[in-house]
Design a protein around this ligand. Structure first.
Ligand code: SF4
Ligand SMILES: [Zn+2]
Ligand SMILES: [Zn+2]
Length: 309
């Protein structure tokens, strides 16, 4: 076996979906080109953008930072990072340390914001309560609030997340299966809201499979946090992920076709089914919300705490 591009016999991947065989350098090059292609096709970056990377220290966010760094080096954009500490014992700390080391290595502006300092409660403390809505519901809503606020505090014009092909197809299938049409209308490479109160979110890695991102950080020798969250098994997303993995082993192109099909339908779904509501500001925390109270403040009220100012 030799590399399909340069004939190097030291190959590191045989792509099931395309049959392509690649050596380390050609593989790195192919991932970077693929992300850049998504960035150009979807117009994810504009010259002068200040992009906030939601940097957890995991492989996806570290790869996102690595790929966007090439744009910063050419002075096309500026970068900054935020790391959210949810307060998950024996899990989050090593991710935070790795995230900080990457931000410091590149010399970019960064901050670490915890659930505890923002909401007076950690995710572990929430999960000890008798009644709760499930770890990932709080985690997603609270994390988005912190990242959105950090973007404003740091004057970022875009927020980049590390969503990969597996994440995107999971989200498409999951929201479809649960009839979450509102959420479906918001999915895509660039999720902008009708309101300019939310910073535009971009997903440069959404066409790259999770396994290839794992191989990319290994090939690039990037330090990443590999543990998985102790709550991840409890989620419906996890079950849908397993289903897609099973299907992919027999049908290697299934995730690509799911994404492609959704992207074709998306403009129609968006036009026909986008919810029409006015975005104002939450009465408690003043962050954008379509109701009197945002979801964060609603959840915090149920938990008997509030946003820390
Ligand atoms: S799996 Fe863990 S980190 Fe991910 S959303 Fe759920 S609680 Fe948060
Ligand atoms: Zn090669
Ligand atoms: Zn609020």
């Amino acid at each position: 076996m030799e590399c399909s591009k340069c004939e190097n016999p030291k190959v590191i991947i045989k792509r099931k979906h395309s049959g392509q065989i690649l050596c380390k350098d050609c593989f790195i090059d192919s991932i970077q080109k693929k992300a850049i292609k998504t960035i150009k096709k979807e117009k994810l970056l504009s010259k002068g953008d200040k992009v906030l990377v939601a940097l957890s220290g995991g492989k996806d966010s570290v790869a996102t930072l690595d790929i966007l760094e090439s744009f910063r080096k050419r002075r096309f954009i500026d970068l900054c990072a935020v790391t959210v500490d949810e307060g998950i014992n024996n899990y989050r700390k090593s991710g935070v340390d790795i995230a900080i080391s990457h931000a410091q290595r590149l010399g970019i502006e960064y901050k670490v914001v915890s659930f505890k300092s923002s909401f007076n409660i950690t995710l572990d403390e929430i999960m000890k309560k008798e009644e709760h809505r499930g770890s990932c519901t709080y985690c997603g809503v609270f994390r988005r609030w912190i990242i959105n606020k950090a973007a404003k505090d740091m004057n970022a014009t875009k927020i980049a997340t590390g969503h990969n092909l597996d994440d995107e197809t999971q989200a498409i299938l999951m929201n479809y299966l649960e009839c979450n049409i509102d959420n479906l209308t918001k999915l895509g490479a660039k999720t902008s809201s009708k309101s300019d109160k939310f910073t535009v979110k971009i997903k440069p890695l959404r066409e790259i499979p999770e396994k290839e991102i794992g191989l990319y950080v290994l090939a690039r020798n990037l330090d990443v946090h590999l543990d998985s969250c102790p709550y991840s098994k409890q989620s419906f997303r996890g079950e849908v992920g397993e289903l897609l993995q099973d299907l992919s082993s027999k049908h290697p192109t299934i995730m690509y076709s799911t994404l492609k099909g959704f992207d074709k339908l998306k403009p129609i779904i968006k036009k026909e089914l986008s919810p029409s509501y006015n975005v104002s500001n939450c009465e408690i925390c003043n962050e954008p919300s379509s109701n009197k109270l945002c979801r964060v403040c609603t959840f915090l009220e149920e938990l008997g705490t509030k946003v820390n100012f």
